[in-house]
Design a protein around this ligand. Structure first.
Ligand code: ATP
Length: 353
């Protein structure tokens, strides 16, 4: 995609987006409602025409190819299945429209049924299937024409959490076994991180950051991305002499990248809740750089872990995630305890904006 633009009246739905999606990858477009991700996907499918820019697939300009002739297919949510047709008829439909010879259609349908583990349900109608099975029919139908590029628009939105997770892994397995390029649109960051090899976080029609899930999580470029992908604490500060950062919440932070900023400049640092340790002040010894002192105000018990909300300054509360493993010798940290938060310099990310 090169410098793509799409407007609807006064709304700029897609605002000069350039993105490279590599062959054979599972790419996720991630962002909140209204950020333009569906419009971008619909332009790839050919359902919307860009106002400017180009979409190239293997060097070929897609805008010259009619939607039905593009080597691209879109998987819709399962309610778009034909209700009066059986599973195999649903899968065969697009191939019949293409006038594929009957024996080849049979063969292709068998292949798709096996791929999506639907052999036993070939003669059922969609209303005789579970939600997860219907979803697999929708996938089999979208893959039947063997597109080079499969587009998935919030495909798992209708499924409950457990089924959603299982289906995410199925999607990845199918994508890997076929070696096709998948592009998924989702507003669910966990889903995007689970399925994708790379993802783009979108904001107001623009791409805020592109990268592998781990890269975007570990090194978000902006407050927006840090906040959208996972939970994060933002620490405000000012660069002092020698590159140390004086935190507004008290104390001094050191992170490798801050040394490039001029002394006196205001900075914002991202710090993930799971990258900090928590200890009672009375047991924690010296206070050095990369620490904060505060008081525990709230604790959310989540089973495998707890989230501690620690007041470190009148206007700053920090979230710390702590696994609830067995701790025989320690006194449990609880409400109102005075605690020391500590982290590694490598845990701090200097945000660009
Ligand atoms: P959602 O997750 O809610 O579908 P999205 O990120 O996919 O959101 P889009 O559907 O691409 O966002 O919409 C981007 C912007 O373009 C929104 O402001 C939306 O209102 C507008 N928009 C999208 N389609 C149309 C249309 N056909 N006519 C007018 N405005 C549109």
């Amino acid at each position: 995609m090169v410098d793509l633009v799409k407007r609807f009246g006064d709304t700029v739905a897609v605002d000069h987006v350039s993105l490279d999606i590599y062959g054979g990858e599972f790419f996720a477009l991630l962002g909140p409602s209204g950020c333009g991700k569906t419009t971008l996907l619909r332009m790839l499918a050919g359902f919307e025409t860009p106002d400017a820019g180009q979409i190239l697939l293997g060097g070929e300009d897609l805008s010259r190819i009619a939607p039905y002739e593009r080597p691209v297919n879109m998987m819709f949510q399962s309610y778009a299945l034909f209700p009066h047709m059986t599973v195999e008829q649903n899968i065969a439909f697009g191939l019949q429209m293409e006038k594929m010879p009957r024996p080849r259609i049979r063969e292709r349908v068998e292949e798709m049924l096996a791929l999506t583990r639907l052999e036993k349900f070939a003669r059922r109608r969609p209303d005789q299937l579970s939600g997860g099975q219907r979803q697999r029919v929708a996938l089999a139908r979208a893959l039947a024409k063997k597109p080079k590029l499969l587009l998935l628009d919030e495909p798992l939105g209708a499924l409950d959490r457990k089924l959603r997770e299982a289906t995410q892994f199925e999607l990845v397995n199918i994508q890997e076994s076929l070696g096709l390029t998948f592009v998924i649109v989702t507003h669910d960051q966990e889903e995007a991180m689970t399925v994708s090899t790379r993802l783009a976080v979108m904001r107001d029609g623009k791409v805020a950051q592109v990268g592998e899930p781990q890269e975007v999580y570990e090194a978000p470029s902006s407050r927006y991305v840090a906040d959208f992908i996972g939970d994060v604490n933002i620490l405000a500060g000012r660069v002092g002499e020698g590159g140390a950062i004086e935190l507004e919440a008290g104390g001094t932070a050191r992170c490798a990248s801050a040394t490039t900023r001029r002394a006196g400049s205001a900075v914002a640092l991202a710090l993930r809740p799971e990258k900090m340790s928590l200890a009672l002040v009375e047991e924690s010894g010296e206070r050095g750089d990369n620490t904060l002192i505060g008081r525990v105000e709230d604790i959310a018990y989540l089973g495998d872990m707890s989230i501690y909300h620690v007041r470190v300054a009148p206007d700053t509360r920090i979230k710390v995630a702590r696994t609830n493993r067995f701790r025989a010798a320690e006194r449990e940290i609880t409400w109102d305890d005075e605690v020391k938060l500590a982290w590694d310099a490598s845990a701090l990310v200097l945000l660009q904006d």
